[in-house]
Design a protein around this ligand. Structure first.
Ligand SMILES: Nc1ncnc2c1ncn2[C@@H]1O[C@H](COP(=O)(O)OP(=O)(O)O)[C@@H](O)[C@H]1O
Ligand SMILES: Nc1ccn([C@H]2C[C@H](O)[C@@H](COP(=O)(O)OP(=O)(O)O)O2)c(=O)n1
Length: 256
């Protein structure tokens, strides 16, 4: 039985065609998990755009709940209070790649949830099992609401949220690549020590409740360590095509 495929070593084809017609009208859930800084959000967003699918950033939900707990004075080690906050959370999140936002009540917190203070606190919320149950419920609801045509990314999408997704993928990258990417993304404002804490220490803590370092059975691994962004998107699109249509991209060389 097939347990694990690796797609990262394939030759990437950055001349990816427009695939918005893919399986029109039929479910197409693309589930993407991976550690911090592996490229989940940016790659998933672009893949959703190219496939004409909705996009759900589940990490943003854990971040929004963390923001809400901190803003309302909930102690993050009080599991009962964190779970109650999750249930009561008035969260509104866009699932369109054209206009992304996260709101709690009337407040737009799209920018705030990316701040290092939230990154440092979010694992305490994400390891509260009652809060996870509530957010997983909302994530499944969002997938249904999108008529099951959605790219969904996080840590437990391939295993818990959408284990029957048409495409299941683990996006990885070396620790060095992930730290460097996060450092660049934050504009060089963070020290190496801060990056280690925000990327590696957070992954270690998150790993206590979800497995996202190793691919589950049937999940394809894409290692992006030696790929640039465009190449990673192309490899992921190829995995999608192979999974749903058994097709391969024709490389530009082959076309020429
Ligand atoms: N394959 C790649 N090569 C180089 N940089 C990448 C790649 N994938 C993503 N990035 C960049 O790395 C940073 C972190 O990516 P992000 O999508 O936020 O990761 P994650 O959601 O897994 O934490 C972003 O600035 C993104 O543009
Ligand atoms: N499905 C998910 C998504 C995120 N999480 C947790 C793990 C992370 O520490 C936080 C924030 O996730 P996010 O994807 O925004 O984090 P990164 O951008 O990868 O650094 O939420 C989770 O436990 N399960």
């Amino acid at each position: 039985m097939e347990t694990q495929d690796r797609a990262g070593g394939q030759t990437p084809d950055s001349a990816a065609p427009d695939l918005r017609h893919l399986r029109l009208g039929k479910p197409l859930v693309v589930a993407i998990d991976g550690p911090s800084g592996s490229g989940k959000s940016s790659v998933s967003r672009e893949v959703a755009r190219r496939l004409g699918l909705a996009y759900l950033d589940t990490g943003a939900m854990y971040r929004a709940l963390t923001w809400h707990c901190l803003a309302s004075g909930v102690e993050l080690d009080d599991a009962v209070a964190v779970e109650a906050s999750a249930r009561a959370l008035k969260l509104e999140q866009s699932t369109s790649v054209e206009h992304e936002f996260v709101k709690v009540g009337d407040l737009d917190i799209t920018e705030q949830i990316r701040e290092p203070a939230i990154s440092s606190a979010v694992s305490a919320v994400a390891t509260t099992l009652g809060a996870r149950t509530e957010l997983v419920r909302r994530q499944r609801e969002a997938i249904t609401h999108a008529a099951k045509r959605m790219v969904v990314e996080g840590r437990d999408i391939t295993t818990v949220v959408a284990p029957t997704a048409e495409v299941r993928l683990l996006l990885t990258a070396s620790e060095e690549a992930r730290m460097a990417r996060r450092g660049m993304q934050l504009g060089g404002t963070q020290t190496a020590e801060q990056l280690t804490s925000q990327v590696l220490a957070r992954d270690a803590q998150d790993s206590t409740v979800v497995e996202f370092q190793r691919a589950a059975d049937g999940v394809v691994t894409v290692d992006s360590s030696d790929l640039d962004f465009e190449q990673t998107v192309a490899v992921v699109l190829r995995v999608v095509l192979e999974a749903v249509e058994g097709k391969h991209f024709r490389s530009s060389a082959a076309e020429g």
